[in-house]
Design a binder for this molecule. Sequence first.
Ligand SMILES: [Zn+2]
Length: 301
Amino acid sequence: MSEGAHPPVCDYEGSDYQQQFWEQGDRAYEDRVEAIALRRLLPAGEGRLLEVGAGAGRNTVRYRGYSQIVLLDYSRTQLEQAQARLGTGERYLYVLGDVYQLPFAPGIFEAATMIRVIHHLVDPPKGLRQVRATLAAGGTFILEYANKQNMKAILRWAFRRQAWSPWTREPVEFAPLNFDFHPGAMKTWVRAAGFRVERQLTVSHYRLPLLKRWIPLRILVALDAAAQLTGNWWQLSPSVFLRAQATGATEPAPGGAFWRCPACGSYDLESGPDGVRCRSCGRLWELRDGIYDFKTPRQVP
Ligand SMILES: [Zn+2]
């Protein structure tokens, strides 16, 4: 796919995903084991962190030490829920935008996270390149992806209950705009985007309703926490976390720019009370109710 073509995007607009999936969906196990993986991979940091696909801010409170966290999501309703949870203080910046056209100048973030997001991307390498561009040299990137080579898929395939092979490198679209990836293919893309993979944790090994029903939560969580540590050697869990470091140089934008116009690519933007105006193309990216909208410009030249 060329850099110009825009792949379809999975939109959570108007969704009560946080409530349905996380709060009423019996996902306490998944949430707890993710928190453990994040604590292991991302120690307290400093500077600015970009959370790509922040949703309702479930993980945001887990990013310790950073002076500013930028929550980016494709859906306004998700960001509104995050804002209700985290407040409107200086530490959080809410940005409506598109992972394929991030509205940030190069190198302005010390860290970035992308959790439960890349499985919605038709073009993961393109999204990864965008994230890399926003990171300073040596910056930290935490990525979570859905793994097609998980034990359940391997068994189903072995017993002829599943048509696709877990061993081949192409992604499998198990539902519209929901992809499972091959761990080797994902590592290749991450490296090609300008990262060095430092550590992997396998997560959610016991994501089976039967186990969740019969084994007490704290025991299941402890078992998963132990199994996570084999993640560098083999990846057979449905979810994999990896920590990568941005390699190579990052050329900063002139004049210490923060924003990048997603429409024309200019760094010459001016912030005002009603939003950010691009001096090159004239578009106004509106600030409304504390959320910057980099999806729909208010004024098109
Ligand atoms: Zn512009």
